[in-house]
Design a binder for this molecule. Sequence first.
Ligand SMILES: [Zn+2]
Length: 257
Amino acid sequence: MASIRSSLKRVYYGAVSAVHRRAVPLHHSPPMVTFTFDDFPRSAYVSAGATLRAYGGHGTYYAAPGWMDGGPATGDRYRMADLHELVGDGHELGNHTFSHVSCRKLTTDEFAAEIAKGHEALHRVVGDAASGNFAFPFGAVTPAVKKAAARQCRSCRSTLSGCNGPVADLNLLHANRMYSDSVPFPRIRELVAGAAHPGQWLIFYTHDVRDRPSRFGCTPRYFEDTVRCAVEAGMRVMTVSEALTAIEAASPDTPAA
Ligand SMILES: [Zn+2]
């Protein structure tokens, strides 16, 4: 039964991947790695953000403003004051809808309104530092939602695993879990080794980063080991926004946004 379900899921997401694409070639781009954080718990900023900066990079934080100052789900959630510090440190603030809602619970128009409301709320706090990059809550996406989100966002990140390249679909960027309970570190090392080539862009996602993480997060050690592994493999640590700018510069005839 489980294998039928996973086969159906594969077919479904294969269909979503095939439509409403915004394909950009990465042929001339350097190998890039991006660390993203969904929701985001404060530890993702305080702990992982400091690690990224120590390695000369920054992260992309996808925030749902309706969860700001809220109670813990995957650890203590971010506060409004964190947003100013976050962007002041050079990290990117992306959008994750206002209410952190799955597109499966709303009509396409309602979901599009959630995306707009999320971005507006972040923009009210940090102005133009609120980027136009977006991540689908729960990784849920349909063809209609993919099309609608593409109109509103510079890029849309999914939770489909794999590397982006040599051609990336900016409307459905692939990303890989950094969950220390369920993704053994050798698997991370394999991913990095497979992606450490020009024309490849590897994106990771996680939630809390602390000594006793939720099953959706990772430990600080696991996080730092991953960053070091990628840097030693010659990958450039970039935010989503920085990576898109690098892609545009490498392929000026095919603007990424
Ligand atoms: Zn989320």
